[in-house]
Design a protein around this ligand. Structure first.
Ligand code: ADP
Ligand code: MG
Length: 260
């Protein structure tokens, strides 16, 4: 992998639209996407003919009950998986039939994941966890970047802490810092507040919303309708189908107006 010293230049040319002058979200296109799992004689349809188009710089919440296909959708957008039918394209690049090797190469420069259970390395400090994210993305200045993003998420005084010495909210902020350290344009979060109390959850959502305002494409999966009200756009799933796609029902709310 080619490494360049200038942070803006570490992105591969193929990852950025030719007209882009600075990192600015990205474009996600799903056309008539279905995902079926076959287990023995039974076929489970996790996603059923889903079409979704996300432009750069959006804060999208994918809303739906358990089992509606949210994680499956996120994994397809994150190029962790390929569809059974239909087309998945990121920044115009068709990844529907990509090999695992191509998927890996694309993923490490394009998407970052945040999980409900944080998924930090228990034996690494906050700083090392974040530095790992930067390393994987091929950042030459990984340690410097790790310090900077930990500052940005308000953990400048916790860099030498191990995950078990941090609260749930702090661990999730480390996970967000790890995602930001990659500089990848798409941030995918699967139920990121599921393990957190209300106040801490709101702080995490504010942090994610700020990333969208700073130019990332942020997709947050949730089963909580109230959370979806801070989004620019809510994509509602039911039994693997998009049943609604638009601004939040009842209007958009500020994070400090949320109650759940
Ligand atoms: P959600 O994240 O909304 O809870 P998922 O995307 O995880 O939903 O799952 C949607 C449906 O697909 C569920 O019925 C689930 O059981 C099924 N499913 C998900 N992943 C697999 C898999 N790897 N193998 C078989 N079935 C799966
Ligand atoms: Mg899920």
């Amino acid at each position: 992998m080619e490494r360049l010293d200038h942070p803006e230049s570490t992105r591969l040319a193929s990852d950025v639209p030719p007209t882009a002058t600075e990192p600015r979200g990205t474009r996600v296109d799903l056309d008539n996407v279905s995902k079926r799992y076959r287990i023995g004689d039974v076929t489970v349809t996790a996603l059923d003919d889903v079409s979704l188009h996300v432009d750069e710089m959006a804060f999208v919440v994918v809303l739906g009950p358990s089992g509606s296909g949210k994680t499956t959708l996120l994994n397809l957008i994150g190029v962790l998986d390929t569809p059974t039918e239909g087309r998945v394209a990121i920044n115009g690049q068709d990844l529907s039939r990509a090999s695992r090797r191509e998927m890996f190469a694309f993923r490490r420069r394009t998407v970052s994941f945040i999980f409900q259970t944080f998924n930090l390395f228990p034996g690494l400090t906050a700083l090392e966890n974040v530095q790992f994210g930067a390393d994987v993305a091929g950042r030459a200045d990984a340690e410097e970047v790790a310090h900077e993003v930990l500052e940005r998420v308000g953990l400048g005084d916790r860099v030498q802490h191990f995950p078990h010495q941090l609260s749930g909210g702090e661990q999730q902020r480390v996970a967000i810092a790890r995602a930001l350290a990659t500089e990848n344009p798409i941030l995918l979060a699967d139920e990121p507040t599921g393990e957190l109390d209300f106040t801490t959850g709101v702080q995490i959502l504010q942090l994610l919303q700020a990333q969208a305002e700073a130019g990332k494409s942020v997709l947050v999966v949730s089963h909580n309708r109230e959370i979806s009200r801070i989004a620019d756009r809510v994509v509602e799933l039911s039994s693997g189908r998009i049943v609604r796609d638009g601004p939040p029902v009842g209007g958009k709310r500020r994070t400090d107006e949320l109650r759940w």
